[in-house]
Write a new protein. Structure first.
Lengths: 310, 424, 277
């Protein structure tokens, strides 16, 4: 979660040749402590997971696990609930990523100005990043609470009706959850864009201002070209992370009401650890991986192109 | 090398910290995971464990505090990971997958005769899967109507009793009479619409789950299954005697509105009385009424709380002895009072403490004989059917998004697809 | 000059809107944490509690094993930070100083692993850890967290190593210092701030993490703070809002404190070392 800015800076770093090449004989040995756990905990399970998707592995000790070929994927094809969940996942990922980017861009541009309260805003913008996702979820549950929540109370005070039960209304749950997603991810994106703004050549900006270019023209002509690679990288990564998100929605709605906020991650978690259908859940994981891989390819391609452009 | 050693040292240290302390020889230790959460109930459980430990030096019981929240996931992964507690507290509608999955011990040969005869066979039915008995049902609660006494009196409606309850139609009329501008006759907290609807539907003769000639369970939505859903639906959509805003709420969420007089009645589990006693403002008068009755009389489905023994437990006899101790009539009463629920044991149920009119105890106790096993709990795949098909279908029906025909087709068509996956 | 002033006013208005959006949930959390049950039950909640009380904190500690959970979280987070840094530093050194295929593969993995859906990993991981008898064990969780934190740690540390000019090391070598002595007396001191920052990030990641803890820790006595917090929400709508808010608020403090320590690094174009080599 900490690495929006990470991707950005690694993009910067990748463009720089490594300082020196002091070849060492102990290199392999030094890498080993990192390599072993990675293979054991990350790469190994990944392959194992792909294999599981082709079995009927279930919880319980009464049945034996068999190879069933692509049957899980065939079932998945007909599982309307899963595809509905997939659709919700896409709505959620796009619905969070796009406003998040626009809001973060605005905030980053503001923070780049010489304004009072900037320090306060910077400090405040970091807090959602630092908070455990579970706490973010709990906090917004309190905000959305139909009776004791501040949102309905404010609406009542403004005479905008009696308020509603945001998180359990069929129509409001997903938008309500998306707002939380935007709030929670705003800091990372802002910070990454802020870092990207440091790349904007000041002289060009000033020259454009002297030429009488308006704010929008200056943004289009000077700021955006310099910011574009960072913006692209951040957006692609945000999209992927949002597709993978779990804790926020788990705490806010547990996928309810009636599955209206059941993200694919939540769906697969329930399939595996509530209903014990390990093989079927692994197949879902594979589909998710396939989608993410495509996004990742787009991201990497964008990054490479961005690298050439600057 | 130093690095590696350090890593190893840290890992070993951690392993030392987390190694379970009860694997050495000596006295037998049992882990009892309780889901009690109300303060009085936790206290009662802990006291009973202490009393057991004081009198049984050879079998130590370790109290582990669990939580109802996502207990199914927690138990499933514990069983899978081989880390399950020895004595497991749960509810009967949650046991089917564990029983069929081979995680729970069959208690048939282990239960003492006293316990077997004390608990009525309809209760045992809730914990019987296939031919085995996989849990001891010990506490249960009927769904009752908690009502604002002042508003009932002011509207001059007939007060129902367990002997002479409201019919569903009468209930609808009463709710209408109790409504007014900004006020509702009833508020339905239907965060979990399936168990509420199914359990109450028994009174109208709705069973929903039927066994076909080939022994497979299928969903069939009959007229009896439609009575309760239609009443609720019409209260919200036609009469406006129930607000739509609470349909997604949990029971506790409706209490502020109930105390403020916005809702005259709230259908809640019997144990919610404890929260009401704790939170009601001074001078607020409330009482307990039986749920409405239908063509099949004043009955409703219930899924009692259960105590089970893990199949991995190496000391099953001791575990059952501990359960037997917890459920002695006197102790069962203590647990029931602590949880504000009804005991299943016939002798415990006779205790005078459960027959006072204070806080509506007598009304609830009078309903004990009308409780039946919840309709679907022994159906394999019921949890998935409930979460994925039935919950959204009922929620959308109650909120007016779909009609009765669509509800029926979703419950039957989509539902039977899910059930079929479990009955291949 | 008029339009400029109008633009300024607009900027301030926008900034204010951002401040409100960012701050109001936090303030509401605090407000709820300080309210009595009766006030929470009232239909018209106020921003400022009428009778601020700390009773919720006590009740929170009474109801759930919070102190114990916090200890578990602390143990896990510290162990994760230490182990991750100890493992990552030498690897990062190699990655920064060498342009081997290995280093490039590692960099690639760092990027890819950031994006991987852990749902596909968690099911087999659960089965693997079960085989190792590391389910329901804090050791197992630390192991997972270390691997989880490694990509970022590696990436951060690589940047910091690059920031240490290789010429310095070469100069020390020319002066006759051995390889180990060079590393210890020249590189390590320059690297220390970067290592500390990396450790703190790993700490926060582990302190905040929920998903793996939810799946891998089973005994209530071993669960970490985020998992225990979700228990407050409870079954069917049984939520004690006051204690829930109080506990949530307390659980945030360590992470926010660490981030405050790191703030300059974060906002100043993130991780100076990585960007400015």
């Amino acid at each position: 979660m900490t690495s929006v800015a990470g991707a950005e800076a690694s993009a910067t770093a990748a463009r720089r040749p490594a300082g020196a090449r002091t070849a060492g004989h102990g290199a392999w040995f030094l890498v080993l402590p990192a390599l072993v756990p990675i293979l054991l905990i990350s790469a190994g399970p990944l392959l194992y997971g792909i294999l599981l998707a082709f079995t009927d592995a279930q919880s319980g000790r009464t049945g034996t696990t068999r190879w069933i070929g692509a049957l899980n994927f065939q079932d998945l094809l007909h599982d309307t609930l899963f595809w509905e969940s997939f659709r919700i996942g896409l709505v959620w990922a796009v619905g969070v990523t796009v406003p998040q980017f626009l809001l973060a861009l605005g905030l980053a541009l503001l923070l780049d100005q010489d304004l009072r309260l900037r320090g306060l805003a910077r400090a405040l913008a970091i807090v959602p990043w630092a908070m455990p996702e579970v706490v973010v979820g709990i906090m917004w549950r309190l905000v959305y609470n139909p009776d004791a929540g501040v949102l309905n109370e404010t609406l009542r005070d403004l005479g905008l009706g009696d308020g509603r039960d945001w998180l359990s209304g069929l129509a409001t749950a997903l938008p309500a959850v998306i707002v939380v997603g935007v709030w929670a991810g705003l800091p990372q994106t802002t910070v990454a864009l802020l870092a990207g703004l440091q790349n904007v050549p000041r002289e060009l900006h000033e020259a454009a201002a002297v030429d009488g270019a308006g704010a929008w023209r200056r943004f289009r002509a000077v700021t955006w070209p310099a910011l574009r690679p960072v913006a692209l990288a951040v957006t692609a990564l945000n999209l992927i992370w949002n597709l993978n998100s779990f804790a926020l929605v788990y705490v806010l709605t547990s996928g309810g009401p009636g599955g209206k906020t059941r993200l694919p991650m939540l769906f697969a978690y329930e399939e595996a650890f509530r209903y014990g259908q390990f093989g079927y859940a692994a197949a879902m994981g594979c589909v998710l991986v396939a989608v993410v891989s495509v996004l990742l390819a787009v991201f990497l391609a964008g990054r490479l192109r961005g690298g050439d452009a600057t | 090398m130093r690095t590696l050693l350090k890593v190893l040292a840290v890992l070993l240290l951690l392993a030392g910290c987390s190694a379970p302390g009860h694997r050495e020889g000596g006295p037998v230790t049992l882990r009892f995971q309780s889901l009690a959460w109300q303060q009085e109930s936790v206290a009662a459980n802990r006291e009973l464990v202490e009393e057991w430990n004081a009198t049984h030096t050879d079998v130590k019981v370790e109290y582990v505090q669990g939580s109802w929240d996502s207990v199914h996931d927690q138990l499933l992964t514990s069983f899978e990971g081989g880390e399950a507690p020895d004595v497991v507290h749960d509810a009967s509608d949650d046991l089917a997958d564990f029983a069929y999955g081979g995680y729970l011990a069959d208690l048939r040969g282990l239960l003492p005769g006293r316990l077997k005869s004390d608990i009525p066979s309809s209760s045992w039915g809730t914990a019987t899967f296939g031919t085995g008995v996989y849990g001891v049902p010990f506490l249960q609660e009927p769904r009752v109507l908690i009502a604002n006494s002042d508003r009932l009196r002011a509207a001059k409606v007939r007060i129902p009793t367990p002997g002479h309850p409201w019919s569903w139609e009468e209930f609808r009329q009463v709710a209408r009479r109790l409504s007014g501008p900004g006020r509702y006759g009833v508020a339905w907290p239907l965060k979990e619409p399936v168990s509420a609807t199914l359990n109450l539907s028994l009174s109208a003769g709705g069973r929903l789950f039927h066994r076909d000639a080939d022994g497979k369970t299928v969903v069939r939505f009959t007229d009896g299954d439609a009575v309760v859903p239609r009443t609720l639906h019409d209260q919200v959509a036609v009469d406006h005697s129930a607000p739509a805003s609470t349909l997604g709420s949990g029971g506790a969420d409706t209490l502020p509105g109930f105390f403020a007089g916005r809702y005259a009645m709230v259908p809640l589990g019997f144990s919610y009385r404890q929260q009401i006693v704790q939170q009601a403002p001074e001078g607020f008068h409330w009482e307990v009424l039986p749920a409405p009755a239908g063509a099949a009389g004043l009955i409703q489905g219930v899924s009692p709380q259960t105590l089970s023994v893990s199949a991995d437990c190496p000391h099953k006899k001791e575990a059952v002895a501990f359960i037997d101790f917890l459920l002695r009539p006197r102790n069962m009463v203590r647990l029931a009072l602590g949880d504000w629920m009804l005991p299943t044991g016939t002798r415990a149920l006779k205790d005078p403490a459960l027959h006072t009119t204070k806080y509506g105890w007598a009304t609830g106790t009078a309903l004990a004989a009308r409780l039946r096993p919840a309709p679907a709990q022994s159906v394999r795949g019921y949890p998935e059917w409930k979460d994925k098909v039935a919950t959204p279908a009922y929620q959308e029906y109650y909120s007016g998004a779909i009609g009765l025909a669509e509800l029926r087709s979703r419950l039957e068509d989509d539902g039977n697809l899910v059930l079929a996956r479990y009955q291949r | 000059m008029r339009p400029r002033r109008a633009a300024r006013a607009g900027q301030y208005a926008a900034l204010l809107a951002y401040l409100v959006f960012l701050a109001f949930p936090l303030l509401w959390l605090l407000s709820t944490a300080l309210k009595s049950p009766r006030e929470l039950g009232s239909l018209h909640p106020a921003w400022i509690p009428r009778h601020p009380t700390l009773a919720n904190v006590r009740q929170a500690f009474d109801e759930q094993p919070l102190a114990h959970a916090a200890l578990n979280s602390l143990l896990v987070a510290v162990a994760t930070a230490v182990v991750a840094v100890v493992i990552a530093t030498p690897t990062a050194y190699v990655m920064a100083r060498q342009r081997t295929r290995l280093a490039r593969a590692a960099t690639g993995w760092v990027v890819v692993s950031q994006a991987f859906p852990f749902v596909l990993v968690i099911i087999p991981l659960f089965l693997v850890l079960k085989g190792l008898r590391l389910i329901d064990s804090l050791t197992g969780l630390v192991l997972v967290y270390v691997v989880w934190a490694l990509p970022f740690a590696l990436w951060m540390l690589t940047g910091h190593v690059r920031a240490v000019p290789a010429e310095l090391e070469e100069a020390a070598a020319v002066d006759g210092a051995g390889r180990v002595r060079t590393l210890v007396s020249v590189t390590a001191p320059l690297l220390a701030p970067g290592i500390a920052a990396t450790a703190l990030f790993a700490f926060v990641t582990a302190w905040n993490e929920f998903f793996f803890a939810l799946v891998l820790l089973k005994s209530p006595g071993k669960q970490t703070l985020p998992v225990v917090l979700t228990h407050f929400i409870g079954a069917e709508g049984v939520a004690d809002l006051g204690p829930l808010a109080a506990a949530a608020f307390l659980a945030t403090l360590p992470s926010v404190a660490v981030f405050a320590l790191l703030q300059r690094r974060i906002t100043g174009g993130l991780l100076a070392g990585a960007v400015k080599s």
